[in-house]
Design a protein around this ligand. Structure first.
Ligand code: ATP
Ligand code: MG
Length: 563
């Protein structure tokens, strides 16, 4: 499978929607929403949900809302709201004027709660949180009814009003739905609808001291906004009967909840809670650390929105949980960058190379191709002089078998320039380290080809020492050493598998002068070394690059082996 040969899936969600349009359910309307809780930054799993909701709305001439599910003020912050908006815009989706907040509906939700109390379908409980948990029973044992369950309606109305008015301390009372303590579905055992919580809300401030629980609030938000298909992930399947119960008991407009499988990717974690832990304990540099699967991290790493959208499309919509190989994500990345990224030469671990027979003050310029995948991008000039840098790895004093790069007595090609032959090395007397390689060049190979048809087995990239710019390059490896870091041994935590070598910083790299003043976010292929993106830490005179990904496509290799 490559990203080019899969067509958009005929998935089960689109099938449901087509059927609903045919039967004129919801008057043929399609209206979806993306409902993040602003308690952290978004990750690529959210991108999948964003992609599904917005692209479905788009395909069926419908609408998609952005709605913040801000019902839990102790964990939510304006910083997260702003970051989420920025990330969704960057992905390329637009919610028009339909930016909503659950907190805008708090008043309406309270009115609905009062209606349920009046119907005898909700009651104020004063069991403690621990008692409520105990009374709930287990999957194998039925629950036990609270002694407060049969409180008269008038008393419930009065207590709920006073809960809201701030007469009681936090945690002293809750409002619960009166459903069925014997239900095999634990979610139906009189779930809590409201709790008392004095916490400053990023939008409503101190106006409220009771906050609605997710299950109670979510269906109401969907109903109020006229959502038709409320698409969520599989873990909410068992909550659907409750979603339906609330809307049916209230007799209000009733959208349909549809669940699909979460996106998981190997060697990373896909949960805001866990990502927050990595940020808080400083395992990573922040939510936008290029090792994280957050959208801000992927953006900083150098991913384009197109890559993420393609990846979401090609991984499809499934009803059963699966984990996608990270090699497939990187394959999508390489395909995109291969088309778009300008080629340049950059040396990550420089080794000085002196061309003994090249005139001291001479400088030549060679034409280098900007992108062989896109000839319209043309060529640029690359300066060449007597002292160059090559990659340390491209020289061996004692070459092992099958090592075809530079070694004493051996001739290789310098890309776009000349054939050179190694004639000697200079070592540091004390450390024995090679400090300089000496070569001679053959003027008859100008441009990189010998007129006598003589061949060499390798071509090296290089930069001219006096023209090159210094740069810092950050190399990344997978953030975890285990395919599924969540599969932890007892007594440990997913962080036990965090890869401490996932970041390597090289501070004395050299790149060709064409890269002076490139803006942050620009992407390049350093020939033979991978794709790189200018980091926002760059400043005039100090270039900082992130390696986006190396060149070798392990996904294609896996596919070939399978064939
Ligand atoms: P997390 O577990 O990372 O905190 P969440 O589901 O609690 O995620 P929300 O802010 O509630 O985070 O998510 C907003 C929407 O994104 C929800 O509809 C949720 O189902 C969806 N979503 C979250 N994670 C994934 C994922 N890995 N794959 C697909 N959709 C996801
Ligand atoms: Mg959630």
């Amino acid at each position: 499978m490559t990203t080019g040969d899969i067509k958009p899936a005929h998935d089960f969600i689109r099938d449901i929607i087509r059927r609903d349009i045919q039967t004129n359910k919801y008057d043929g309307r399609v209206h979806t929403r993306f409902p993040p809780e602003p308690n952290a930054y978004l990750h690529i799993g959210h991108a999948k949900s964003i992609y599904i909701n917005f692209s479905i709305a788009n395909e069926f001439n419908g609408l998609c809302n952005l709605r913040f599910d801000d019902t839990n003020p102790t964990k939510e912050e304006q910083e997260y709201i702003d970051a989420i908006i920025r990330d969704i815009r960057w992905l390329g989706f637009d919610w028009g004027d339909r930016l909503h907040y659950a907190s805008d509906y708090f008043e309406q939700m309270c009115e609905y709660a009062v209606q349920l109390i009046q119907k005898g379908k909700a009651y104020v409980d004063e069991l403690t949180a621990g008692e409520i948990r105990e009374y709930r029973g287990t999957l194998t044992e039925p629950g036990k009814q609270s002694p407060y369950r049969e409180r008269p309606i008038e008393e419930n109305l009065d207590l709920f009003k006073r809960m809201r008015a701030g007469e009681f301390p936090d945690g002293s009372y809750v409002l619960r739905a009166k459903i069925d303590m014997d239900s095999p579905n634990m979610n139906m055992r009189d779930p809590v609808m409201y709790r008392i919580l004095r916490a400053r809300h990023p939008r409503t401030g101190d106006k409220w001291c009771i906050y609605p629980m997710y299950d109670w609030a979510h269906g109401l938000e969907d109903s109020i906004e006229g959502i038709t298909h409320s698409i969520c992930t599989l873990e909410f399947e068992d909550h659907r009967p409750l979603y339906d119960w609330f809307l049916d008991e209230l007799g209000i407009y009733h959208p349909q909840q549809i669940e699909f499988a979460r996106l998981n990717i190997t060697y990373t974690v896909m949960s805001k809670r866990l990502l927050l832990k990595l940020v808080q304990d400083k395992s990573v540099r922040g939510f936008d650390d290029p090792r994280l699967p957050t959208l801000s991290g992927l953006r900083r790493r150098g991913y384009t929105p197109e890559v993420i959208r393609n990846f979401c499309q090609h991984t499809g919509v499934a009803k059963a949980n699966t984990t996608i190989d990270v090699a497939f994500l990187e394959h999508c990345l390489r395909e995109d960058l291969n088309q778009k990224a300008q080629r340049v030469m950059g040396v990550l671990r420089p080794l000085r190379l002196v061309i003994d027979n090249y005139p001291e003050d001479q400088v030549e310029e060679f034409d280098a191709m900007n992108n062989p995948e896109d000839h319209a991008t043309g060529t640029r000039k690359v300066p060449f002089s007597r002292v160059l840098y090559i990659e340390q790895d491209d020289f061996r004093e004692e070459p092992p078998p099958k090592y075809y790069r530079l070694a004493p007595g051996r001739e290789v090609r310098l890309r776009y320039a000349y054939f050179i032959t190694c004639v000697g090395i200079t070592k540091d007397e004390r450390s024995g380290e090679i400090v300089e390689v000496h070569c001679t060049y053959d003027p008859a190979t100008r441009g990189g080809d010998a007129s006598d048809g003589r061949r060499v087995k390798s071509t090296l990239h290089w930069v001219s020492a006096r023209h090159a710019l210094e740069a810092e390059v950050r190399l990344y490896d997978l953030p975890f050493s285990k395919e599924n870091p969540m599969d932890v041994e007892e007594g440990t935590d997913f962080r036990a598998y965090f890869n401490p070598n996932s970041l390597e910083v090289l501070t004395s790299c050299r790149v060709e002068p064409a890269l002076a003043d490139v803006p942050s976010g620009s992407r390049y292929q350093f020939e033979r070394m991978g794709y790189f993106c200018v980091d926002p830490d760059s400043s005039p005179g100090k270039l900082v690059f992130n390696r986006i990904v190396s060149l070798r496509d392990t996904w294609l290799k896996i596919q070939k082996q399978q064939e």
